[in-house]
Design a protein around this ligand. Structure first.
Ligand code: NAD
Length: 240
C-alpha cells in the first residue's frame, strides 16, 4: 500500500519501519517542520494516512485527508471532544476512518477483560473502582486515551458509576471513577484497573514493553482499511 505518515515522531518512525518490513511504501512524511509546504497532490498519492501527530492538529489533519479522499488511520489521542464532528465530516466526504485509543492487540483483549470484570463487580458495592495509568514524560494528554476507554468500559457495564474524572484529589463523589495519570521517564504505557474494598483488592494490569505493539496494530489497521469506507475500529478488525 501507499502510506502517508502524519506525524513523524516516536510512533511515526516505528510505523515506518514496520510498514516497510511488510512491503508497503511510505509516499509522504508530514511533520511540524514541513506541514505548510506539503500539497494536496502529494497527499493524494497515498491510499491511507496514518496519523500519530498531536491532539491540537489531529482533527485538521483528518479533514485535510477526507477533502482529498484519503482514508485515515488515527492513533493520536486527546481530540475526542471533536469525535462527532470528525465522524460527520468523514460521512459527508464518503471516506474511511479507523480510530483506536490503543492499537495493541493485548490492550484490546484487556478492554474485554475490563468490561467483563465491571459486569461482575456491579453486584458488589463494597468494592470501589480506581484506574491508574503511567506514561513517559513526553505525553501531552492526560489521562491517556486508553484510560478513557477503560473508564467508558466500566461506565457501560457497572451501574454504580456515572462518570470519570482525573483525580487530583481523592475522594471524589461515589459515582465518579477516579483516574490517576503519572508521568515517568520513558514508560511506553501501564494501565491498571483496581477494585478495592476494606479487606482486599482485585486488580488487572496491562503493561506495554515497547511501542512495537502499537505500531504493528496501526499498520494492520491500514491494511484492513483497504477498500473500506465508514467508521471502523479494533473490534471490527480483531472480530471481538
Ligand atoms: P511525538 O511527539 O514523538 O510525535 C508527534 C509528531 O507529530 C512530532 O514529530 C510533531 O512534529 C508532529 N506534528 C506536530 N504537528 C503536526 C502536524 N500539524 N501535522 C503532522 N505532524 C505534526 O509523539 P508520539 O509518541 O509519536 O505520539 C503521537 C500521538 O500518538 C500522541 O497523541 C500519543 O498519545 C499517541 N499514541 C497513540 C497510541 C495508540 O496506540 N493509539 C500509541 C502511542 C502513542
Amino acid at each position: 500500500m501507499k502510506i502517508a505518515l502524519l506525524g513523524y515522531g516516536r510512533m511515526g518512525k516505528t510505523i515506518e519501519r514496520i510498514a516497510v518490513e511488510r512491503g508497503h511504501q511510505i509516499v509522504l512524511k508530514v511533520d511540524i517542520g514541513n506541514r505548510d509546504k506539503v500539497t494536496d497532490a502529494q497527499l493524494r498519492e497515498a491510499e491511507v494516512a496514518i496519523d500519530f501527530s498531536a491532539p491540537s492538529v489531529a482533527v485538521e489533519n483528518y479533514k485535510w485527508c477526507f477533502n482529498n479522499g484519503v482514508t485515515v488511520v488515527s492513533g493520536t489521542t486527546g481530540w475526542l471532544e471533536q469525535w462527532q464532528e470528525v465522524v460527520e465530516y468523514c460521512g459527508q466526504k464518503g471516506c474511511g476512518f479507523f480510530y483506536a485509543s490503543n492499537f495493541s492487540v493485548g490492550v484490546n483483549l484487556f478492554f474485554q477483560l475490563n468490561a467483563y470484570l465491571a459486569r461482575l463487580m456491579g453486584g458488589f458495592n463494597d468494592y470501589k473502582v480506581y484506574i491508574e495509568e503511567t506514561h513517559h514524560i513526553h505525553k501531552l494528554d492526560a489521562p491517556s486515551g486508553t484510560a478513557i476507554t477503560l473508564a467508558q468500559g466500566i461506565l457501560d457495564h457497572h451501574p454504580a458509576y456515572k462518570s470519570w474524572e482525573l483525580a487530583h484529589e481523592i475522594p471524589l463523589p461515589e459515582d465518579v471513577i477516579p483516574v490517576t495519570a503519572k508521568r515517568e521517564g520513558e514508560v511506553p504505557g501501564i494501565h491498571t484497573v483496581l477494585y478495592k474494598s476494606e479487606v482486599d483488592q482485585i486488580q488487572i494490569c496491562h503493561s506495554a514493553f515497547s511501542r512495537e505493539g502499537f505500531a504493528y496494530g496501526a499498520v494492520l489497521a491500514a491494511e484492513f482499511m483497504q477498500g473500506k469506507k465508514g467508521i471502523l475500529g479494533m473490534k471490527d478488525m480483531l472480530k471481538i
